[in-house]
Structures are given as structure tokens and as C-alpha cells.
Ligand binder design. Structure first.
Ligand code: GTP
Ligand code: MG
Length: 203
């Protein structure tokens, strides 16, 4: 996909602040610091559009990036960050759950896990939650540059086992650093966006 325009269009701390234009949305979920904001920047070829940080808990709102006036990437707050107060975590949890549960434009959720680590209990809960919502989901294993290519399959196997993936369900290795996986993930995104368009035309 050729990116002609990418801009932060909305920063939402509650549903009233979500965009109203009905463009399809692709959301990023995953542990804090897993690389959601870096994923968006690499996919768009923009170095600093989404704010990244080595300090976990950087993204604290739902950030809607409008691409080519055609769809949104939605950067969600990461889970599993202990420094955030219980009260704040509960508030985010409610906001994220509400968004994932009832958001008609949402056509794909991309869950990021770190290729180096066994998925956590919260990763598993999120993956199962997405299955329950029935929104199409895609699993991406990021920071692939930190593991030698010859070790990828071993690491992906651990992820698959922990999340109980069916054999047919793909996991894409990705690196925001060197661009690994970018084309493959764009391909999947393109398919979901065109399916969304067909559905809209038929309704
Ligand atoms: P929160 O907003 O806290 O939920 O974090 P996030 O998931 O948006 O993570 P972010 O993109 O801010 O990245 C966290 C850190 O990991 C930063 O220091 C990034 O530079 C680094 N990082 C992210 N993706 C990659 C990657 O693919 N490879 C490497 N080597 N580092 C990465
Ligand atoms: Mg972030």
C-alpha cells in the first residue's frame, strides 16, 4: 500500500471521542512495551508518528491514525504494566474492552507478542477474548531482529503452543527495526480492508 497521508486524527479517553466517520479500523493490542507504536511507524514508514518509548505505559489513550483517508490504525494502551495503578488499569481495561466489544468499524485486531518470550497469562486472555468477540484477529511476533533467523521457528512454536493456535493459524515474525514481515502483514491488512468494502457496498 502506498501511504500518501497518515495523521493522528483522534486521541480518545472515552467513547465519545472516537471518530464518527465510519472508516474501517485496525487495532493494535499487546503488552506494554511490546512494540505497538513502533509497528505503526514501521508499517507507515514514518519514524515518529506514533510515540514510542523504552519506558512502558507510554500510550495511555486510544490513538486513531487515519491513513490515506481510507482506514485507521488504532493504537491501544498496553496491558501488563505494573507501575500503573490498579485503578488506572481497571479504567483502561474497561475502555479497551468496550472498544473491542462494540465498535462496528473494527475489522481486524492485530495482537503483538514478543518473539523472545513465552506469552503471558494476559496475552492468552486477550487472544481468547478476541476469539470470543469474533472479530478477525492476526498474531504478530515482534522484535524478530533480536533473535537469530535460525531460531525463529523454535520461538514461534513456543508462542503457538502457549496460545493454543490451530495449525492453520499463521504467526508473522515482524521487526520494526529492519522491516521484517512488513509486506506480509500489509497483504493481510489489504485483504481485510477489501472484504470490509465489499460488505459495506452490499449493505
Ligand atoms: P506502550 O505504548 O507502553 O504500550 O508500548 P508499545 O507497545 O507501543 O511499545 P513501543 O513501540 O513504544 O516500543 C517499546 C520499545 O521497544 C522501544 O524502545 C522500541 O524502540 C522497542 N522496539 C519496538 N519494536 C521493536 C523491534 O521490532 N525491534 C527492536 N529491536 N526494538 C523494538
Ligand atoms: Mg505505544
Amino acid at each position: 500500500m502506498k501511504i500518501t497521508e497518515a495523521a493522528l486524527a483522534a486521541i480518545a479517553a472515552n467513547p465519545a471521542q472516537f471518530p464518527q466517520d465510519g472508516l474501517p479500523e485496525i487495532a493494535l493490542v499487546g503488552r506494554s512495551n511490546v512494540g505497538k507504536s513502533s509497528f505503526i511507524n514501521r508499517m507507515l514508514g514514518r519514524k515518529r508518528l506514533a510515540h514510542t518509548s523504552s519506558r512502558p505505559g507510554k500510550t495511555q489513550t486510544l490513538n486513531f491514525y487515519r491513513i490515506n483517508r481510507h482506514f485507521y490504525f488504532v493504537d491501544l494502551p498496553g496491558y501488563g504494566y505494573a507501575q500503573v495503578s490498579k485503578r488506572q488499569q481497571a479504567a483502561w481495561g474497561k475502555l479497551i474492552e468496550g472498544y473491542l466489544q462494540k465498535r462496528p468499524p473494527l475489522c481486524l485486531v492485530i495482537q503483538l507478542v514478543d518473539i523472545r518470550h513465552k506469552p503471558t497469562q494476559q496475552d492468552r486472555q486477550m487472544w481468547e477474548y478476541l476469539q470470543w468477540t469474533a472479530i478477525p484477529r492476526l498474531l504478530v511476533a515482534t522484535k524478530a531482529d533480536k533473535v537469530a533467523r535460525g531460531q525463529w521457528q523454535k520461538h514461534l512454536g513456543i508462542i503457538r503452543k502457549e496460545l493454543d493456535l490451530e495449525a492453520s493459524h499463521p504467526v508473522y515474525p515482524f521487526s520494526a527495526q529492519d522491516g521484517t514481515g512488513k509486506d506480509a502483514v500489509w497483504q493481510i491488512i489489504g485483504e481485510h480492508l477489501s472484504a470490509e468494502r465489499v460488505a459495506a457496498d452490499n449493505s
